[in-house]
Design a protein around this ligand. Structure first.
Ligand code: V47
Length: 370
């Protein structure tokens, strides 16, 4: 029996089954296919080849030390200028309180990103990390995107290697995948003109990998970009991964328009999000993990996406209790999911839930904390 009623998808299925790498044109053809369930099945065969039924989640917390940022990205509803009444910067005491709550709730990871805030000295960032590490040595600090590392190097006049080694000494354990947005010009300049350019984002990832740390990668889709931009983005990430091998996970981020300067746009449809998940899994043949980020997709679509190539649901994510960088479609601003709820979502999808740490090692808990 043929895989699909779409002959081009059948050709691509043969390539995938033979373990052949898909080209830029193949990526566009995957997006062009209207046989969405067959596309999902194809991505699912790759996901099952790599992970079987295992679906990862973690217990984590997002912490945004400051929302002050000069980058003025058109898609962002989070940033504030220093004079706005709701601009904030957490001091160390507050940060430790928030991290302490996370640890008591069983978090193994603190995901730390913030704005590009020129009012702070570099020591703010290293002191923050070292205080967190001193108080909570077992909490993994997944901290700062390539955009922040680029800002640190330029603004505080250090080499990339100095920035990475100073942050690492202070307690940075790995880096999250934000700031990648869409690499291709002119789209990138239209949505984030004042931000690290694509090549620099990729080069910095390579330097962090060379220093022995893992990072993630994202793609913001469903705004003004073309499908060619998305496929180009995936191909560039794949090329960087061939060189430096340090990406753990890819996270497609569904654009959430409210509160941004692109609020008039509709955002991606459910089918577009499922197709993007599947194409990502199929194109990124050297990425071990693809994440279905429920905060952007909503819990139900994130669950379905586990059958479209994703093998990770991210985490419980509790926020620090103030305006957050997370955007939520279906959660009505509530950016939290209990461990039981995550496990139920995975199991109801017919899959096996495995709690992981940031480096994808299974977490064993004492029965009292299970
Ligand atoms: O870089 C900004 C995106 C990213 C919007 O590494 C938006 O495990 C949708 O990178 N609608 C930050 N997205 C979040 C991020 C992330 C999230 C979860 C896990 C990991 C990981 C990384 O959020 C930004 C930007 O691409 N973003 N505004 C918006 N309106």
């Amino acid at each position: 029996m043929e895989f699909s009623h779409d002959p081009r998808l059948n050709e691509l299925a043969s390539k995938v089954e033979a373990g052949e790498r898909l080209s830029f044109e193949d990526g566009l053809a995957l997006f062009a296919s209207e046989d969405v369930p067959a596309l999902g099945r194809l991505a699912d065969t790759v996901r099952r080849r790599l992970h079987g039924r295992v679906t990862y989640y973690n217990v984590n917390r997002h912490f945004n030390p400051t929302n002050v940022c000069y980058a003025d990205c058109k898609f962002c509803g989070f940033f504030r200028t220093p004079r706005q009444p709701d601009a904030y910067t957490h001091n160390i005491e507050d940060s430790l309180r928030i991290a302490g709550e996370a640890v008591r709730e069983g978090a193994t990871e603190l995901h730390i990103v913030g704005g590009l805030n020129t009012k702070l000295p570099f020591s703010y960032f290293t002191d923050l990390l070292s205080s967190l590490k001193a108080h909570y040595p077992r909490l993994h600090l997944k901290a700062w995107t390539m955009v922040e590392l680029d800002h640190f190097a330029r603004f505080y006049k250090m080499t990339d290697e100095e920035v990475i080694s100073k942050l690492r000494e202070a307690g940075m354990d790995s880096c999250p995948g934000g700031g990648a947005e869409i690499f291709r010009e002119p789209t990138r300049s239209m949505i984030c003109a004042h931000k690290t350019d694509a090549q620099r984002w990729l080069d910095l990832s390579g330097k962090v990998h060379a220093a022995g740390l893992k990072t993630n990668a994202t793609m913001l889709y469903g705004h003004i970009e073309a499908l060619e931009d998305r496929v180009d983005h995936l191909v560039r990430l794949r090329e960087q991964q061939d060189k430096s091998r340090g990406f753990q996970c890819f996270i497609p981020l569904a654009f959430y328009p409210p509160g941004s300067q692109l609020a008039h746009l509709p955002g991606p449809s459910g089918v577009d999000s499922l197709k993007t998940m599947a194409v990502s899994r199929l194109m990124l043949d050297n990425f071990p993990h693809v994440k279905s980020y429920w905060v952007m997709l909503g819990k139900r679509l994130a669950q379905v996406a586990l059958h479209y190539g994703a093998n990770d649901l991210d985490g419980t994510i509790t926020e620090g209790g103030e305006l957050s960088e997370s955007y939520s479609v279906e959660s009505n601003g509530e950016v939290k999911m209990s461990k039981d709820e995550i496990v139920a979502l995975i199991e109801d999808a017919g899959l096996q839930a495995v709690e992981r740490d940031t480096l994808y090692r299974p977490v064993e808990r004492e029965p009292a904390h299970a």
